[in-house]
Design a protein around this ligand. Structure first.
Ligand code: HEC
Ligand code: HEC
Ligand code: HEC
Ligand code: HEC
Ligand code: HEC
Length: 403
């Protein structure tokens, strides 16, 4: 008995987390009773946060290793897992293992490959990532640290918004971070993050905190990225043959550009003409930058001018986004950057006029607002193949008559 006790204390001290039991490891376990929630979640990027399901993430890892030959792929993967797969069981490399990995020792290689590819890991930022979060202790000086910014509860206890939820499959407990418009849970990963050089590369939560409370229409993140609260049910399981209880719930859509109309819903576009300029006015009604998040997102504005014969005579464009430079001043990815060279994004709750010269003989202009998950040049450098990242999402395309 005593040795078991000592063993337990030891594992607790080392911070090694127990493996997630088969009963909770995947969203498929929740599907029969939370069918709608699981279906919606599967359409979100949270379901694709493992490198095996995300070409951009995978290629970024390969690119980092190529550019920093003394880094070990599995070691970086463990680091990124902090937010991309926070239930990872093995958290760091021991120095012995590091040496073996540098020498390509296959059994050690196998051990880490296994730890990084469990069913739970492949399931991404899944149900037991968020609903097992007992406490949140974000240190804003350090920024988001994923699993280091939270404490997970006992396996099998689902924390959620309700005090009186009863499930035959799991224990349920209420936690305040699931109630109201509280953004705390999202901040565990979306507040801000720095790269190797200490350069900040994502800062959505920080951007949000810079907005005056009086300017916020929709507080928090859930109103826009999940949905407004609406009547529904939390589980489709019928307890004792009764209908599921009517509850106020939100959609688990974690809306982004590819799975929703979120930009058209919260970014207003209007147009006008002043002297010889065509003007596009953007109003960013979000409480963060447009675009926010991953540092290579781009919003494109284009004005294409036509003459009386419907022939294109000229086209102008502008990009809202960030440019990152390495130590030689070459364009690079945010994770490897030494400096932020330029930032043309539009701050939260701000409007801006974009001017485009009208050429002579222009009869009308076709204007386009579009979005790219990653700029063209770096997509090529990284050898991105998945069209999801390569395609241009056209959000607005209209004609304005000039004469
Ligand atoms: C990124 C974090 C996150 C993930 C991942 C997540 N949830 Fe939630 N979930 C929430 C939040 C936040 C709420 C509270 C919504 C509100 O304000 O009512 C919630 C609420 C719920 C509720 C209560 C009903 C409701 O809609 O309010 C259930 C049940 C639930 N989630 C199940 C799941 C299941 C099953 C999965 C896996 C497919 C999942 N959740 C994935 C954050 C998450
Ligand atoms: C056998 C059916 C069943 C399965 C399987 C199941 N649940 Fe539930 N769950 C329920 C029921 C029933 C409720 C309570 C619904 C209510 O009270 O409105 C519930 C409630 C919840 C809540 C709300 C808790 C609260 O206190 O607010 C969360 C979160 C949740 N489940 C997550 C999960 C996750 C994650 C999984 C998969 C690992 C899962 N459930 C698997 C039936 C199930
Ligand atoms: C455990 C860490 C974690 C938590 C907690 C979390 N997220 Fe995420 N979120 C991520 C990661 C990692 C991605 C990127 C996934 C990918 O694209 O591979 C992401 C992606 C997203 C995206 C899509 C961005 C895109 O790339 O298109 C949205 C929107 C989002 N999260 C909203 C939320 C909201 C709202 C909450 C709080 C209810 C939340 N997240 C909580 C880690 C987290
Ligand atoms: C008023 C609605 C609104 C609110 C509130 C809001 N967002 Fe957004 N969010 C958007 C829109 C629209 C976009 C797409 C344009 C952009 O990137 O700014 C977006 C984009 C994002 C993205 C990037 C998606 C991508 O594809 O890379 C993340 C991450 C994100 N939001 C997280 C959050 C978090 C975290 C909060 C809370 C602190 C929040 N948002 C609050 C509307 C909102
Ligand atoms: C502090 C938490 C955190 C850590 C650590 C982290 N990420 Fe992320 N990552 C995020 C969040 C949050 C997003 C979603 C932001 C968005 O999409 O706008 C994201 C998105 C991404 C994306 C864009 C994915 C997509 O589908 O478009 C890539 C690529 C990425 N991360 C690579 C990495 C790499 C490589 C590492 C490790 C070196 C890493 N991240 C470590 C939080 C983190």
């Amino acid at each position: 008995m005593r040795s078991i006790g000592i063993f337990l204390i030891f594992t607790l001290l080392l911070g090694a987390e127990e493996k997630i039991s088969k009963k909770w490891e995947s969203s498929s376990n929740c599907f029969p009773c939370h069918t709608e929630i699981v279906k919606k979640w599967r359409l979100s990027r949270h379901a694709n946060s493992h490198f095996s399901k995300n070409d951009l993430f995978k290629k970024t890892l390969q690119y980092i290793v190529k550019k920093r030959p003394n880094t070990i792929l599995n070691e970086i993967k463990l680091k990124c897992a902090q937010c991309h797969n926070p239930r990872v069981v093995t958290k760091t490399l021991s120095s012995d293992d590091k040496l073996s990995l540098l020498m390509d020792h296959s059994t050690v290689q196998g051990k880490y490959t296994k730890a990084l590819n469990t069913k739970n890991m492949q399931d991404g930022v899944n149900c037991v990532v968020c609903h097992n979060v007992d406490k949140i202790h974000l240190d804003i000086e350090k920024g988001s640290q994923g699993y280091r910014s939270v404490s997970f509860g006992k396996q099998g206890t689902m924390f959620g918004p309700f005090v009186d939820a009863k499930s035959p499959y799991h224990r349920s407990e209420q936690r305040e971070h699931f109630n109201g418009n509280n953004p705390k849970l999202c901040f565990a990963c979306h507040y801000s993050a720095k790269n190797y050089q200490g350069l900040e590369v994502y800062a959505t939560g920080k951007e949000y905190e810079q907005i005056q409370k009086s300017e916020l229409e929709e507080e928090g993140c859930k109103e826009c990225h999940m949905s407004k609260k609406r009547r529904g049910f939390a589980s489709n399981y019928s307890l004792g043959g009764k209908n599921p209880k009517i509850r106020m719930v939100r959609a688990h859509r974690f809306a982004s550009v590819d799975n929703s109309n979120i930009i058209n819903d919260y970014v207003d576009l209007s147009t006008s003409v002043e002297k010889n300029k065509f003007i596009i006015i953007l109003k960013n009604r979000t409480p963060h930058y447009l675009p926010t998040g991953y540092g290579l997102r781009e919003i494109h504005l284009r004005a294409i001018y036509y003459d009386v014969n419907n022939k294109v005579i000229n086209s102008k464009s502008t990009i809202l986004g960030m440019q990152w430079k390495d130590q030689n001043g070459e364009a690079t990815i945010p994770h490897l950057a030494y400096a932020l060279q330029g930032d043309t994004r539009l701050a939260g709750k701000r409007s801006k006029k974009y001017y485009f010269d009208i050429p002579e003989k222009a009869r009308y202009v076709r204007y386009i607002l579009s979005y790219r998950a990653i700029g063209n040049k770096l997509a090529k450098k990284l050898h991105i193949k998945d069209n999801f990242f390569l395609k241009e999402y056209i959000l607005v395309e209209k004609i304005y008559r000039l004469q």
